[in-house]
Design a protein around this ligand. Structure first.
Ligand SMILES: [Cu+2]
Length: 500
């Protein structure tokens, strides 16, 4: 199948992706991907971050469906590295370092991989604190039926000049013990001496005086919601960020993607932020949601749709015959700040957009999922097992599942081939985007009862809203199940599913 060349022509900006051609794997020498540090400019200041690049120096992977991810992944960040192939359900457990006991790629070393890419908009990222420092990239296999559309990939990030270790300390949290190495690598600082990478081990950061009460609830994004006649305090955005990025850039100097009048564009949005939900707004362009988390759904028109950490959303828009400039905005949940890119036809005037919207975005809810229907839902079947997962919040910025932090967790178990139902209960003050490795699940239940929702790998679990997902445990191994808020995961909100 020929690749759509328009994608490459259109992506001369910050995020032009490396074509992974099937023939490439035959050439052994150059690594398939190299993870290293790089410098970008944020608000006029140089920022040292990480990147994952192909042999052509461009980030991530964009390949035709049917391509194998075959070759070496080299670690050049100067610290042990644990990567996760997010949404790649054909990656066997032993080829995903972010598994219980999976260890890390040592500095200067490589991992060999060979698995079929999962069709759809997926991505790769560090499973350590340095995910905060943009250690992420797209990992997309273009669907066979994607058709004559221009693919535009938009990777969103929250950005701080502070290190993730400093952010974690501000929050009052420490890495859960028994974790799988939440090393940072601290690229915003002077390069550490060899072997002197920061290791956030048990008790490394300590439970500082800035407890959750001060740091968390003092943050922006408060809201109220009714609950049994009472009013519960909920909040979002417990980390203070310096900027929000779309393809590494702010709205002061956004990426401008060239589009043609009358052209259909498939926006492949990836939320690579660690602690931020974005609401996606295509403005004057009518948008149809055609896939979430890489899995196709029946097309639904969306206006202002939430995209939580780890989630993806594919939106189909059509550039009007008369052309023009069309901002694609991503606004922070319960906040006015925003980022984005601009689609512009030749000669269109691009007016400068402020990084602050006139009105605050809402809090994230499950409403979008209630309106989505998977194109290929799971076959009807009664669950063989059902688990209830009580999400918890304790003093000192400790986030738990069933009252336990990771390391003290009790694994969930399933036999290979079983249908499993998970129900998340969230009495905490924050939303948790819950992510299961190695599987796609279907969202099938919430407060309003049962519904046949979308296939996903990361689901929004709002405060005081039960969410049920089902999946077939069809892959042997141990798989993490965790909150995709990096600092919730790092301080304990992670367990595992054992399939044998
Ligand atoms: Cu969480």
């Amino acid at each position: 199948m020929p690749m759509n060349r328009r994608h490459f022509l259109s992506s001369s900006g910050a995020l032009a992706l490396s074509p992974l051609l099937p023939a490439f794997s035959a050439r052994a020498q150059a690594p398939l991907l190299t993870v290293s540090s790089r410098v970008i400019e944020v608000g006029g200041k140089a920022a040292k971050v990480f990147g994952i690049n192909g042999p052509n120096g461009k980030p991530g992977i964009f390949a035709p469906a049917g391509t194998r991810f075959s070759g070496a992944v080299r670690n050049e960040i100067g610290a042990p590295l644990t990567l996760h192939w997010h949404g790649q359900v054909f990656a066997p457990a032993e080829q995903d370092r972010s598994r219980p006991g999976g260890g890390a790629i040592e500095p200067g070393a490589s991992d060999q991989h060979d698995f079929l890419l999962t069709p759809g908009t997926h991505w790769m990222h560090s499973h350590q604190l340095n995910e905060q420092q943009l250690l992420a990239a797209p990992m997309i296999a273009r669907e066979e039926d994607a058709g004559d559309v221009q693919d535009v990939v938009v990777m969103l990030h929250d950005f701080a000049f502070r290190t993730p270790e400093e952010i974690l300390a501000e929050l009052g949290g420490s890495s859960a013990h028994g974790g799988h190495g939440m090393q940072g690598g601290a690229p915003n600082r002077a390069p550490p001496a060899a072997g002197a990478h920061a290791h956030m081990g048990h008790g490394a950061a300590g439970h500082g005086p800035a407890g959750h009460g001060a740091a968390g609830h003092g943050a922006a994004g408060h809201g109220h919601m009714g609950h049994g006649g009472g009013r519960m305090m909920i909040h979002a955005n417990d980390v203070r960020y310096d900027a929000y990025l779309a393809n590494d850039r702010t709205l002061d100097d956004p990426e401008i993607v060239r589009v043609a009048p009358g052209q259909r564009v498939r926006l492949r949005l990836i939320n690579g932020a660690t602690a931020t939900v974005f609401f996606i707004d295509t403005g004057a362009l009518k948008a149809e949601c055609i896939a979430v988390d890489g899995s196709p759904c029946q097309p639904v028109e969306v206006k202002q749709a939430p995209l939580a950490q780890g989630q993806r959303m594919d939106l189909l828009v059509t550039i009007p015959r008369e052309g023009g400039a069309f901002p694609i905005l991503a606004q922070v949940e319960a906040d006015r700040r925003r980022t984005g890119i601009v689609l512009a036809s030749e000669g269109a005037r691009v007016t400068k957009l402020g990084g602050t919207a006139s009105a605050q975005a809402p809090h994230s809810t499950l409403d979008l999922d209630l309106s989505l229907r998977a194109l290929r839902p799971l076959p009807a079947r009664n669950p063989d097992r059902a688990y209830m997962l009580m999400l918890g919040e304790e003093a000192g910025y400790r986030w738990t599942i069933n009252g336990r932090i990771h390391g003290e967790h009790q694994p969930l178990e399933a036999k290979k081939g079983e249908r499993v139902a998970l129900t998340f209960m969230n009495p905490t003050s924050m939303m948790h985007p819950m992510h299961l490795h190695g599987h796609h699940f279907q969202v099938v239940g919430s407060r309003r009862g049962a519904f046949a929702g979308p296939l996903r790998d990361t689901v929004i679990v709002p405060p005081h809203t039960p969410v049920t997902v089902i999946f077939d445990a069809d892959k042997a191994g141990s798989w993490y199940l965790h909150c995709h808020h990096l600092y919730h995961m790092a301080t304990g909100m992670m367990t595992e599913l054992k399939v044998d």
